[in-house]
Design a protein around this ligand. Structure first.
Ligand SMILES: [Zn+2]
Length: 423
């Protein structure tokens, strides 16, 4: 049995240059028109560089963008769940070669051959938001969406703040950013994770997506996967989150500790991937599965409120969307990685252990409702954390982090976080 193939049927498509070729292109980049890029585009470029976004080799054309929003496929019919576009205010011409520059770090990230320049009107941006970001949650009701999304939905805010033009074309990536130095042994490319899985003789691999520290419900999801797969890939976002969220360094330390104390190490691999949160809700869940396929993952764990944003999405919308995506698209074009759907999980005093709504017959009063939001709120206020919420070793790391913060963070509670919507 082999690992799942990379998405798109073209193997791993890696746009990162190496060695002499890289040096020559870096010199050339300095002579080209310099376009400053957003943190989101930087993450996208690194993913194209290392094969994480296979088969993409550049930013999307208008036809690709439209088809992705409307049909979940690129213009050639290959499954793809979210737009990967590059915006600018600069005058750029078709046929021109440009340099893509990260103004924050002062680094040339890529060169790009421009094949298309298209205007994104306010109407286009709104259309993208409605297609990609609007869900069925309480904040997505027709008469409510736009009044709350502009204020409260970071994904919608990002799209609406995009500049006037999108530019498309293939890229040559010049940098992986500083992730390898910042997260040694954790940040890895799809080729590297595949090599580890193959060395262990794994073929069926589950991934747990994390943007919070790992607490009991995440641990439980990962362990369910270990029971039915060859192993689990605990894969954290190491790019940027929104203010108030816990930095990647602290989250990785928590996961290291948890794996060390509570997992059979032969059955788990920890990794980090270089993207920022897009806050695209259920569609982002699909993106998680798509790029995990490139990393060699066959089963994507999708629990309650996966990639949720406030109350914009239904609790299990990120599971249901897998049933609605187009299938039988042709050789290499389908998403092969499947969702492993898990119900709402928690510790139950009557069950005397971790359980889910599928296994526990008791009432919500018997359960400790675990949510990252509630945990962050308690820790940031120095309040006690209920028993069985998280492991002591992990909570100690988080307490230390919050005690070191000089500014207290305001955390907005979601309806789901206190269990009030649990029947
Ligand atoms: Zn129970």
């Amino acid at each position: 049995m082999a690992l799942v193939p990379p998405h798109g049927g073209k193997g791993l498509v890696c746009c990162l240059l190496q060695g002499a070729e890289l040096q020559a292109e870096l010199e050339k980049a300095k002579t080209l028109k310099k376009i400053e890029i957003s943190p989101r585009a930087k993450g996208d470029l690194i993913m194209m560089g290392i094969g994480g976004f296979s088969p993409l080799n550049g930013f999307m054309t208008r036809a690709d963008w439209k088809s992705v929003c409307e049909n979940f496929t690129l213009a050639d019919g290959t499954f793809w769940p979210v737009p990967v576009t590059l915006d600018t205010d600069e005058e750029v011409k078709v046929g021109e070669e440009i340099a893509l520059f990260d103004p924050k770090k002062g680094v040339y990230m890529a060169t790009m051959k421009v094949t298309e320049v298209y205007e994104m009107t306010e109407a286009d941006k709104k259309w993208e938001c409605e297609k990609v970001y609007k869900g069925q949650g309480p904040d997505s009701a027709d008469d409510k969406f736009w009044s709350v999304a502009l204020e409260d939905h970071p994904g919608v805010q990002m799209v609406m703040a995009q500049k006037k033009y999108n530019i498309a074309g293939p890229v040559k990536v010049l940098s992986e950013g500083d992730y390898r130095e910042r997260f040694p042994g954790c940040y890895m490319t799809p080729a590297e994770s595949r090599a580890i899985f193959e060395e262990r003789g794994w073929s069926r691999v589950a991934a747990l997506q994390l943007r919070n520290p790992m607490h009991r419900s995440h641990e439980y999801l990962a362990k369910i996967a270990v029971e039915v797969c060859d192993g689990v890939f605990i894969h954290s976002l190491v790019g940027n989150l929104k203010p108030g969220d816990i930095p990647a360094e602290v989250r990785i330390k928590c996961i290291d500790t948890l794996i060390d104390k509570y997992f059979v190490k032969a059955n788990v691999v920890q990794g980090g991937y270089p993207l920022d949160m897009r806050y695209a809700g259920p569609r982002e869940g699909l993106l998680h599965a798509t790029f995990r396929q490139n990393y060699g993952v066959s089963d994507m764990l999708i629990g309650r409120d996966h990639a949720g944003v406030g109350d914009f999405y239904g609790m299990f919308e990120a599971q249901e969307i897998f049933d609605r995506i187009p299938k039988n698209l042709g050789p290499g074009k389908d998403l092969i990685t499947q969702p492993m759907k898990i119900d709402w999980t928690f510790y139950c005093y009557k069950c005397d252990g971790m359980a889910s709504l599928r296994t526990c017959p008791h009432t919500k009063e018997d359960r400790v409702i675990l949510s990252g939001t509630k945990l962050r709120k308690a820790l940031s206020e120095g309040a006690p954390v209920p028993d069985h919420f998280g492991r002591d070793e992990v909570l100690a790391i988080l307490r230390e982090y919050y005690e070191g913060l000089t500014e207290k963070v305001e955390i907005k509670m979601q309806r789901a976080a206190d269990g009030s919507i649990m029947k």
